[in-house]
Every structure is written in C-alpha cells, then in structure tokens.
Unconditional design. Structure first.
Length: 316
C-alpha cells in the first residue's frame, strides 16, 4: 500500500508540474504576443494620441475612461438584448432563454421602470462616486501615466480586481438579504425573479453604492491602476453582470445560470464566481438541479434548455 501511495504521489506531482509548466508557457507566449504585437504598438500609440488630444487634462481623461466608455459598453450590450426582450426577435437569441415562458415578451411598464432606475443610478450614484475616486487615483501618481501597463501586469490586476469584487459583493449581497434590510433595500432588485440585462443595476441607491459600485471600484483604488486598466475593468464588470442577469444562456458567453438561479430561489448563489458560495454552502440547492448541469460555457448552437431539459413534472 505504501508503494502504491508513493507511486500515486509521484505521478500526481509529475502531472501537476507538467501542467503548470505548460500553462505558464502558454500564458507567457500569449502575454508576449499581446504586449509586443497588440498592446506594445497599436494601443500605446492610440493612448498617446488620445492623451495629447485631451491636452493631458486628467479629469476629462478620467471621466471618459471611468464613466463614458463603461456606460457605452453597458448600454451597447443591453441595447441588443432589449431588442430581443421587447420584440422576441431575433429568434436565434430568444431560443436560449433560461426561464422558458418568462419575459416573452417583457412587461413594458416594468421595463421602463428598470431603465429609468438604471439611468438614475448611473448619473446620480455611480458618476458622483467617481469624484473621490479621481483624487485617490491622482494620489497614486500612476493612473495618468503616458506609458501603458504591460499586458502581463494588467492580467495580474484583473485577477486581483476579480478576487476583491467576489469578497465584497458576496458579503454585502448577503447583508442586504438580512430581513431588517431586505424589505427596505434589496426587495427592489428582487422584483425581477426572471431578470433581464438592464436589471443588473436596477437597485435601491444604497444597494447600488454598497453592492454594485464599491466592490468594482475598490480593486483599482487599492492597486493605483492606470486609467486604461480602470476603463477596461469597469467595462468588463458591467458587461459581465449584464450577462449574469440577461436571462439568456448564449453560445460562447459566460454562463448566467448561477445568478439566474439566485433570482429564482432567493437564498442561493450570492456571489459572482461561486467560490464563497461553495465555502459557505450557499449553493447546495443549486448543485442538485439541472441548472447546475447547464452552468458551463455553451460551445454548440443547441440551447442547453433542450440538451439538458428540466425533468418532467409528475402528474397528480
């Protein structure tokens, strides 16, 4: 038995070390290509041209990068989804609806309320919060550098941003589910048991500050990140949360099954990545469902609701 255990450990160590070396080589190769072919040339030149066009005005540059670009990413992506939500077309998209029969079509009155609230949260909550962030980023003296960060460093920052967001969002999200806070704050967001993309920032202003905005802003403020990194991260965060709420499990995009299940069942799946849910056991019900089997990147054109359907209800 001791010899078998020793052999197993050696094999495991060999497989792990080989895999780690291959992964490291792949990352380094990809990073080199991105840095020297893409970031190192085109993006650096584009950034310098933009910086000169703005005459180095840091406040204007910050507003464009931290407010305008992410907002365009959010509404551009959600604009496509809203066409499908309102018209049911193109059917290519609506075939991938997660909660079948819901929002088909979407309630226009609820939709306009969600849009107005989302715009209000952006203009009167998120944008004012950028003012103190601007001065914090200025203090770092790196945010408006003429030299862009390397692609490798951006990947490191992106990893840290994601971990910070997961921790802060999970615990603040659970906090607003507390009975004392729920009926006054989080109940607004929970009006949508079958969410759509724009609902990702349809929330009470306090929740939008604590759960939606601060978890995303904190990482760049801790790291003193370049404005280009901040802009990319804010855009990624807004598009990703829109995907999580969109109600469609589309090919090649991250799976929204996890957060969609949260809207359906209330006390499951509080986080973004699911790591803290696993550690705290707040995904146990989810793991016993067909939604968990569908929680993966769709690599074919066949909707997962068809290939992994819900079990037929037993007739009484």
């Amino acid at each position: 038995q001791g010899q078998k255990l020793s052999d197993a450990l050696r094999i495991s160590a060999y497989v792990f070390s080989t895999g780690l070396l291959m992964f490291t080589a792949l990352v380094n190769t990809s990073s080199w290509c991105m840095q020297n072919i893409t970031l190192g040339n085109f993006w650096q030149t584009a950034w310098l041209e933009f910086y000169d066009h703005m005459e180095g005005d840091e406040w204007t540059i910050f507003l464009v990068g931290a407010a305008l670009v992410p907002a365009l990413a959010f509404w551009g992506f959600n604009g496509i989804l809203l066409v499908a939500d309102i018209t049911g077309k193109p059917t290519f998209i609506t075939r991938y609806r997660i909660q079948l029969g819901k929002n088909d079509p979407v309630d226009r009155k609820k939709l306009w309320k969600a849009i107005y609230t989302a715009l209000g949260n952006q203009f009167f909550v998120s944008f004012p919060m950028l003012v103190p962030m601007f001065y914090i980023m200025q203090w770092w003296e790196n945010t408006f550098s003429k030299e862009l960060p390397t692609f490798q460093w951006f990947l490191v920052e992106l990893s840290i941003f994601t971990v910070v967001e997961e921790i802060l969002f999970y615990y603040t999200h659970r906090l607003v589910h507390h009975p004392v806070l729920y009926k006054h704050i989080h109940k607004k967001h929970r009006e949508w048991t079958a969410p759509i993309g724009v609902v990702s920032i349809y929330a009470h202003p306090i929740e939008h500050i604590v759960s939606n905005t601060l978890p995303v802003m904190t990482g760049p403020m801790i790291m003193g990140s370049h404005i280009v990194s901040v802009s990319a991260w804010f855009s990624i965060a807004l598009v990703t949360t829109s995907i999580s709420h969109c109600g469609y499990h589309l090919p090649l995009l991250p799976s929204p099954e996890f957060h969609d299940f949260h809207h359906l069942k209330f006390n499951q799946c509080y986080g973004v990545l699911g790591v803290l849910d696993f550690l705290h056991g707040t995904d146990k019900m989810f793991r016993q469902t067909k939604a968990f089997e569908r929680h993966k990147v769709l690599l074919s054109l066949t909707p997962l609701s068809e290939s992994i359907p819900e079990p037929a209800k037993k007739e009484e």
